[in-house]
Design a protein around this ligand. Structure first.
Ligand code: S3P
Length: 450
């Protein structure tokens, strides 16, 4: 891709993005849509795969991660003829009818695929599965899902005392449990609930604070018997379930919209409307955080689409104010903290992010990645064990060479930071963006005026 602002070039097996900001800067204006929600896309494919009948999905994210989910289920006998059609169809095989795959399942970079799928596999009697992923995935903690599954009697083996992929799973009937998760993780919660679908009796998960509830909403829509008590952060599934195929319309991903919200909020002269964004309250921490920093964001056209709240978001440039974020809001904006850190650079006063140690075990160590790379651009971010301290008060950064750490959200966050850098910024391994947002750079070219 070549444009006046962005230039993507290949070197060896990787790509680098060169961002050249003209001396009088850029502004972002227009009306855009973001690709489908990644969490909902995975779940629609997975629940479609194990239901009776044909599930139809509109707005599926065509990023690398949902493609990995589709490939894994295709390898277990699920027909998904094409991901490129406007309506993607999944021919469900019915609960307990996934075939034993002939080869290793490869989830690529996708932690969500592995952690949700393993709950289904472990509870699948008489089937043997092996699962692996890319370098990043194989270094991420899997003990957090293996532990509750073993509490249900699952047979799983993995590297480093059953904590790292590749994993081997001998599926079998499990026994119900009540799992008290030490972390607020939708992946852990969903894994246990999916294992509970094939398990006789009530399987319950309690988490320390509320994580995204897309699994709960979609499981109920597909007909599972679920009891949800959000004030107690507790969900029970009564198995065995009977799931019926559904129509799912996937809203735009708020985690992808977050890059544009911050880009417009920190760039003078900007005003964007981002249409059709999922605004499920378990995901809107980033909107609350930016509003607490004085960002000018308004909701328009609020509606409910196949069980998920959706709105158009309007954002205008304005001076941001530093703030402190900790506690229950963190899981509700866990994937947006890298881009929030970029916003904080240009706020008046300090921003502190605490209770966010989970960022260290995402696709990269996002606390280290963001502190190191923003500091290369001239920021003065301090890394804490569980967060970041960001002094704020900057009016510009200085272009230089930075690296995505092969992490999609780091790549995109650094690209937005580069819009406020003088001169030329080179982002190495920028192609990681395609994991969740394959058209990110095209959209940026479209909305930049200079
Ligand atoms: C996800 C849950 C979150 C999030 C990830 C997607 C999901 O992970 O970071 O990008 O779809 O359930 P954790 O559950 O590990 O916090």
């Amino acid at each position: 891709m070549t444009g006046s602002l962005l230039h993507l070039t290949s070197s060896h097996s990787h790509q680098q993005l060169v961002v050249t900001v003209p001396p009088d800067g850029v502004a972002l204006t227009g009306k855009i849509q973001v690709p489908g929600d990644k969490s909902i896309s995975h779940r629609a494919l997975m629940l479609g795969a194990i239901s009776e009948g044909e599930t139809r999905i509109q707005g599926l994210l065509l990023g690398e991660d949902p493609r990995s989910t589709a490939k894994c289920f295709q390898a277990m006998g699920v027909e998904i003829p094409s991901l490129e059609d406007e309506w993607v169809t999944v021919q469900g095989v019915g609960l307990g009818n996934l075939q034993e795959p002939a080869d290793v399942l490869n989830v690529g970079n996708s932690g969500t695929t592995l952690r949700l799928m393993i709950g289904m596999l472990a509870s699948h009697p008489n089937r043997f599965f092996t699962v692996t992923g890319d370098d990043s995935l194989r270094s991420r903690p899997m003990g957090r899902v293996i532990k509750p599954l073993m509490q249900m009697g699952a047979h799983i083996w993995g590297r480093q005392e059953n904590t790292l992929a590749p994993l081997a799973v001998q599926g079998q009937a499990l026994k119900p449990t009540h799992y008290n998760s030490p972390i607020a993780s939708a992946q852990v919660k969903s894994c246990v609930l999916l294992a509970g679908l094939l398990t006789d009796g009530p399987t319950t998960v309690t988490e320390p604070s509320l994580s995204r509830d897309h699994s709960e909403r979609m499981l109920q829509a597909f007909g599972a018997d679920l009891t949800v008590d959000q004030t107690a952060c507790t969900v029970t599934v009564n198995g065995p379930a009977n799931l019926t195929a559904q129509t799912v319309i996937v809203p735009g991903d708020i985690s992808s919209a977050a890059f544009w919200l911050v880009a417009a909020a920190i760039t003078p002269g900007s005003e964007l409307v981002i249409e059709n964004v999922g605004v499920n309250p378990t995901r809107t921490g980033i909107l609350e955080a930016l509003q607490a920093m004085n960002a000018d964001i308004t909701f328009e056209n609020e509606r409910l689409v196949t069980g998920e709240p959706v709105a158009d978001l309007r954002v205008r440039y304005g001076q941001l104010q530093g703030a402190t974020f900790s506690g229950d809001i963190i899981p509700r904006m866990i994937d947006e903290i890298p881009i929030l850190a970029v916003a904080a650079l240009f706020a008046k006063g300090q921003t502190v992010i605490k209770d966010a140690a989970e960022l260290r075990v995402k696709e990269s160590d996002r606390l280290t990645a963001m502190a190191t790379e923003l500091n290369r651009l001239g920021a003065n971010v301090t890394e804490r064990a569980d967060g970041l301290e960001i002094p704020g008060g900057l009016s510009t950064l200085t272009g230089t060479t930075v690296d995505s750490f092969t992490d999609h959200r780091v790549s995109m966050s650094l690209t937005i930071a580069a819009l406020r850098a003088q001169g030329v910024t080179t982002i190495q391994r920028a192609e990681a963006a395609a994991i969740s947002y394959p058209t990110f750079f095209e959209t940026l070219e479209q909305i930049c005026t200079h």
